[in-house]
Structures are given as C-alpha cells and as structure tokens.
Ligand binder design. Sequence first.
Ligand code: AMP
Length: 304
Amino acid sequence: MNDIIKANQKSFLVIDEKNQLQKNLRELTSSMNSIGLVPTMGNLHDGHLSLLRQSLIENELTVITIFVNPLQFGKNEDFGRYPRTLPDDQNKILKLYEQEFSHRTLILFAPKSIDEMYPQNFQTTISVGHSLTQILCGKVRPTHFDGVTTIVYKLFSLVKPHNAYFGQKDYQQCIIIKKMVLDLELPIHLKILPISRNEFGLALSSRNQYLTGEETILALTLHKALRKLRESLLENFFSQSFLKKTFHLREEILKDERFEYLEILDGESLEAITSHSKKVAILGVFRLNGTRLLDNEVVDIHAR
Ligand code: AMP
C-alpha cells in the first residue's frame, strides 16, 4: 500500500511502513513550514474528522495515523473486537481532502502490523506520574495511559510535528500528554479540540457502536448528569455553599451504579478544586453492558 493521489500538484499518500513514512517525510519536510499530527485508532467519525480538518487548515503537511495500539488495552479489554475499518476510513479522509484541502499535503500512516511500531523485544515505556495516570480512568485501566504516552511519544519522534491534535473528549489523556510534553520539553504545540456530539448530545465514540438502539438513549444519562452539575456550578459558584450544593447533587447522581465515576476537579491539575482553580473539569464514565462511555464538561471560571 503506497497510493499517491495527486491533485493540484499536492498529494494524499497512504503509507503502511515506518521506513516509507520516514523517507517521505525527509523529502517533504524541507519545503514545509508546518507539520500537523492527528493520532487515532481509526473507525473515524466526525470527532476525528474535526481534528483532521483543523490540522489541514493550520498546517501545510498533515499526518493522520491509524493504529489500534495494543499497549493501551488491558488484558481483558476490547483490543480484539475494536472496530477496524481502514478502507472506510481512507475513503472518509480522501473525501475531506478532495472537497476542501487538495492544496495541502496529507499522509495517512496506518502501520501494517504491530511489529511495525513495536519490533520484537521492544522494552521501553513512557510513563507519566501516578498522580495523573492512576486516578479516574487509570483506577480501572492502570496500564492504559502508559500505552498512550508510549505510542504518542513514538509518533511524535517519527513525525516531528509542530502541532498535534487531540480531542477534549479524552480529557485525562490530554492532561497527561500535556505533562509529558512539558516534562520532556518536546517542541510541539498541543491543540485540544471540542467534543463532537450526535444530535442528542451523545459524545461521538468508536465504542458507541457496541451499544444497542435503546442503550444509545440510556447513554445520554451521562451527558445530562454532566450538564446538571455544570449548571449547578455556574449557579452556585460565587456563593459559599457552591461546592456543598454541587457535591450533594453529585452524590445523588452517583446512586445510579452505572456511573463508574463522576468527579469535579481542578481542570488543570486534576486535583481537588481550590480558590486558585482557573478551570473546573466535571469528568464521568458511565457503563452500559460492559461498554465504558466517557464524557466531560469544562467550566472556565475566568471567562465567566
Ligand atoms: P481514538 O481513535 O478514540 O483514539 O481518538 C483519536 C483522537 O480523536 C483522540 O484525540 C480523541 O480524543 C479524539 N476524539 C475521539 N472522540 C472525539 C469526539 N467525539 N470529539 C472530538 N474528538 C474526539
């Protein structure tokens, strides 16, 4: 696989080998002022495409990656059944490229095997501290974020992007990647884009397809809970009782055992809110029949 679709002298390349990617990047990047990276696990929906669109707007060269990263799945998780839909994904990318961005250069990098990213005897892990990676989702997925930071670091070092695009939907992931970039002084701007939702407010996710029609409606419980807590925060923020009222509401909501967690935290440190907090993040996971649904609301206190 190494298609080149030429349009107006610029091109869309599909690459499945790391060496080929590096060769093409060496040839292309000398003439490109800015490179954007959009890491994904594929099964693309409008949320992924909003990241891709933003990168194509802001960069001469964009690399979108599709790789179902085994390192970020626990033993009994859904690595085996995670939806792999590369031909469809490629069509969606090509459509967007041809309709709006044929003046740009775009590479789809979809490694052809796990070995391509993790050769035999691969032994290194990039691991951000436990205070960020073992809380919230990390409590039930203790190795998940190490898997994420390891693949993201590898992609950063392969592509050397100026800008990298992530979704606010995975809020904890964004905070952890920010910390990695800060601590390792990586010269990369992180761009965090808003959550894309369906018409009813459900955050788009590749895992939504595990849900039945009825469960898709039940899944809205999470979004509704987050909105209620957001409203409560906004109503009560400047009264002394703000935390009390909002946390009381949280306790009420948590009586529904399908919530794995529902937390109201400082939006930057993911620690308890203090009088210095600039942002508050309301983060939740809701479980339906084994499917974990993530969503969040962020309240920017200074902007109020
Ligand atoms: P994934 O393929 O699920 O690993 O996601 C790849 C990127 O797309 C991550 O940065 C996600 O946060 C982002 N993403 C996933 N769902 C959404 C959504 N509904 N809205 C915006 N970005 C999203």
